[in-house]
Design a protein around this ligand. Structure first.
Ligand SMILES: Cc1cc2nc3c(=O)[nH]c(=O)nc-3n(C[C@H](O)[C@H](O)[C@H](O)COP(=O)(O)OP(=O)(O)OC[C@H]3O[C@@H](n4cnc5c(N)ncnc54)[C@H](O)[C@@H]3O)c2cc1C
Length: 421
């Protein structure tokens, strides 16, 4: 058995995936809880009848190529982890990419006050409710059969599949063409979208990288419901990503030294900023909606005790083919820094979402009526020789517990500024 299998893989041409419909991109854009598949959800079975009837009504008005079901949907409130049973409002069985786009657009347009959430479900073999949508809409990706599985042979062979396709089906079909994907998971009764969502790693990854690295092209439905194709050449900002990191310091000099070290070194992060944290209890909890603590246990135990803290914020851009070593590079860079170890928070977002990040705050502030308030604003370039004195005076004496609004601090290299004279 082993011999014949390895012979097939060896003899046949390996194929890469070109594909597919991964959506949910940028879901954190404006709605922290737009996608409900976070691990902190309460494991209760919530009866659908308590869902506001207007939300049910609003989705029934959408004209789908596929259809919605409201009854006998308990099975999508289960997953392989078998610890969370989050009862949705409905299941969408999409027949077209537009169906997915319509529902995402609808949820996005429902605004921050709506509790309507949405989650893609492949084969439901993940854990902790990842593919569940509490009181929301679960999209049954397995019913989406477009594009139909199709193969391209030649120099750069690939298969074009729907994100809801099972890997076991791709294996059987590709062998008929004398081809095979290069990178696998151990178990094949999982969908393409499901495994790409966590990279897809098995014994072949050492040689070919995880499955996600073998994708030529993705069709994506963004968090706003737009349908976009991305690849190495097309909409690369969607294909590429940014590792976004925050860590806290209690001592200004240590914070500043680390910032200076980062902007002086050749192979550093692509973005270095920082901000002052004043009187923010529950700060780390707030971050959890968009950042993951590196060490959740330690992060839970961290207490700011009302002190002024300094937050280093850094980001590293990377392309899919760099995904393998980017984490190692980041670990190396972080190991040289002196932040409070329990306060390291990480996130991965698209390039657009990263650059457009302030808009997220704008939307939240507008919802609360806080965007239109008076805005005193001051930018100061402080020379290096005076920064410690400045910090002592400002953060030691002037800034009070009651101070509000962002205070950003970040170093710039004078040599990079054009001096006119
Ligand atoms: C027995 C077993 C063996 C496994 N072996 C391996 C292994 O060897 N290597 C490995 O890497 N993993 C392995 N896994 C983990 C598995 O790859 C993941 O749990 C995977 O997410 C499950 O795929 P699924 O189709 O069931 O996805 P689901 O559980 O349905 O979804 C998983 C996540 O992906 C999202 N998602 C699903 N489809 C899409 C889509 N089209 N677009 C955007 N998001 C989507 C869901 O919202 C959810 O967050 C194994 C799991 C099991 C149960």
């Amino acid at each position: 058995m082993f011999n014949s299998q390895s012979q097939i893989i060896f003899k046949l041409k390996a194929i890469a995936l070109r594909l597919l419909l991964v959506f949910l991109l940028g879901f954190t854009i404006n709605r922290d809880h737009l996608c409900s598949n976070h691990p902190f959800a309460t494991p209760t079975l919530y009866p659908p009848r308590t869902i506001p009837s207007n939300e049910r009504l609003s989705i029934t008005k959408i004209r789908f190529d596929g259809h919605l079901t409201f009854d006998n949907i308990e099975h999508v409130a289960k997953d392989f982890g078998n610890r969370y049973n989050l009862m949705p409002l409905a299941v969408l069985h999409p027949k077209s990419v537009s169906d997915i786009s319509y529902i995402i657009k609808h949820v996005f347009d429902s605004g921050l006050n709506s509790e309507l959430t949405v989650a893609a479900r492949g084969h439901g073999h993940s854990l902790q409710g990842q593919a569940q949508a509490y009181k929301g809409v679960v999209i049954n990706m397995e019913t989406l059969k477009v594009p139909r599985m199709s193969f391209r042979t030649g120099k750069r062979p690939f298969v074009d599949v729907s994100a809801g396709e099972l890997w076991i089906n791709i294996l059987h079909e590709s062998l008929k063409h004398g081809l095979t994907p290069k990178s696998w998971t151990d178990y094949l009764h999982l969908t393409v979208g499901g495994t790409l969502s966590n990279a897809g790693i098995s014994g072949q990854a050492f040689k070919h990288g995880p499955q996600i690295d073998n994708v030529y092209r993705l069709q994506v439905v963004t968090g706003r419901g737009d349908v976009v194709t991305c690849s190495d050449e097309q909409n690369t900002d969607l294909f590429n990503a940014v590792k976004w990191i925050r860590a806290l310091y209690s001592d200004f000099s240590t914070f500043l030294n680390d910032q200076e070290q980062l902007i002086s070194s050749e192979n550093s992060f692509d973005y270095v900023e920082g901000f002052v944290v004043i009187n923010r209890t529950g700060l780390l909890n707030n971050w959890r909606s968009s950042f993951n603590p590196k060490d959740p246990v330690q992060a839970n135990q961290f207490m700011s005790e009302g002190k002024i803290l300094f937050c280093l914020e850094v980001a590293k851009y990377f392309r899919p083919e760099e995904a393998d070593h980017i984490n190692q590079d980041i670990d190396n860079m972080l190991s040289e820094l002196n932040y409070i170890r329990s306060t390291l928070f990480l996130s991965e977002v698209s390039y657009i979402d990263f650059l457009d990040r302030v808009h997220v705050s704008e939307v939240k502030l507008r919802e609360k009526g806080l965007w239109e308030v008076p805005h005193p604003w001051l930018n100061i370039l402080v020379p290096r020789r005076s920064i410690h004195e400045f910090a002592q005076e400002v953060f030691g004496n002037i800034v009070k517990d009651t101070s509000n609004g962002p205070v950003l601090i970040y170093p710039v290299n004078q040599s990079r500024y054009l001096v006119l004279g």
